[in-house]
Design a protein around this ligand. Structure first.
Ligand SMILES: Nc1nc2c(ncn2[C@@H]2O[C@H](COP(=O)(O)OP(=O)(O)O)[C@@H](O)[C@H]2O)c(=O)[nH]1
Ligand SMILES: [Mg+2]
Length: 331
């Protein structure tokens, strides 16, 4: 889809921008994701856009793929994209790096690998970093996923680097969460500590061509017993050799199977409900933190002799409660 048939992005109204996104114009989509990242639209306009987007409710499947650097995530994603493209599905990819300030362009290694999808209008690739994202990367990522859904992508992949707390937050936007492990990666324990084992819906043991796969399988089984889920989904372990296309069909099948399971159990909507709760909580907390931070700084620097942290905290909470009453009363 060329850019010439569309009105200049800059001069579009919000409903026009929304229409351009919905009709699959990649530049309109890219621009809206930038808004999500650095909130360069006024918050009123941004809200107007996201309300339209939210009402659109696409039916894209969102797969989160996480794992430590070098595990083979991007190689796997590239294989999945090819598999889904040959089925005629449109694929949107968000490569999220919570440790990097880079955004917009693709990360170097991924750029080389994803080069072969260039010019394919059925593939949209975007990397997101911490630059901008005033409201937090997880919120920006959530909005980007929603924009991709509104743009009609059938499969949406969120790839994140690492197995820590921020990755965990980002992963919660996905319907299906996959953790990529590899022999001698030594990250099973780390993922376990971060709580990723508990939320993973499937495990990928990549680099099955390397020695140590059995050992990894053993460690994983061991830890999986400790992280038994309440529901009856038993996360499968899929062995892959991404570089040699081994296990990719099985992986795509496992993802699809989990999607069916979500639909059948009605768990799909239950999960969306939990996600919505997380999202609202995150948005409220972010806004509160932004509002209360200056008060905390002032209270600490203007503290009087004999003030202890308990009293300072109480004073701030009191003034905050007062503010809340006032703003409610003035409506
Ligand atoms: N031996 C082997 N190497 C792999 C496999 N999958 C990926 N790699 C290599 O591992 C390195 C890191 O892969 P990459 O996809 O960039 O990992 P990411 O950082 O998790 O995205 C690259 O050099 C890949 O070619 C595999 O199944 N076996
Ligand atoms: Mg990568």
């Amino acid at each position: 889809m060329g850019g010439g048939d569309v009105k200049q992005l800059n001069s579009m109204t919000i409903p026009e921008l929304f229409e351009a996104i919905r009709s699959g114009h990649p530049r309109a989509l890219a621009r809206a994701i930038s808004f999500a990242e650095d909130q360069s639209l006024s918050s009123h306009e941004y809200r107007e856009l996201m309300s339209l987007v939210y009402q659109q409710q696409g039916n894209g499947k969102v797969t989160g793929i996480t794992g430590s650097p070098g595990a083979g995530k991007s190689t796997l994603v590239n294989r999945l994209v090819k598999a889904w493209r040959s089925d005629g599905q449109r694929v949107g990819i968000l490569a999220v790096d919570p440790t990097s300030p880079f955004s917009g362009g693709a990360l170097l290694g991924d750029r080389i690998r994803m080069h072969e999808h260039e010019g394919d209008p059925g593939v949209f690739i975007r990397s997101m970093g911490t630059r901008g994202s005033l409201g937090g990367l997880a919120e920006a990522c959530q909005d980007a996923v929603r924009l991709l859904e509104a743009a009609g992508y059938d499969q949406i992949i969120v790839e994140t680097v690492g197995v820590g707390q921020s990755e965990l937050d980002i992963m919660k936007v996905a319907d299906t969460i996959a953790l990529v492990l590899y022999p001698s990666g030594g990250d099973v324990i780390q993922a376990f500590k971060a709580g990723i084992m508990e939320i993973a819906d499937l495990f990928i043991m990549n680099k099955a061509d390397l020695p140590g796969v059995e050992q990894l399988n053993y460690e994983l089984d061991d830890l999986l017993h400790l992280t038994k889920k309440e529901d009856d989904w038993h996360p499968p372990i899929v062995k892959t050799i991404a570089t040699e296309k081994v296990g990719i069909g099985e992986l795509a099948e496992a993802i699809e199977k989990h999607g069916h399971w979500l639909d059948e159990q009605g768990e799909g909507s239950q999960r969306r409900q939990t996600q919505l709760q997380f999202e609202v909580e995150r948005r409220v907390m972010t806004a509160l933190r932004q509002r209360i931070q200056p008060q905390i700084e002032a209270a600490v620097s203007e503290r009087e002799a004999g003030d202890d942290p308990y009293r300072i905290a109480e004073r701030i909470l009191h003034s905050f409660t007062g503010y809340e009453k006032h703003s409610r009363g003035s409506k």
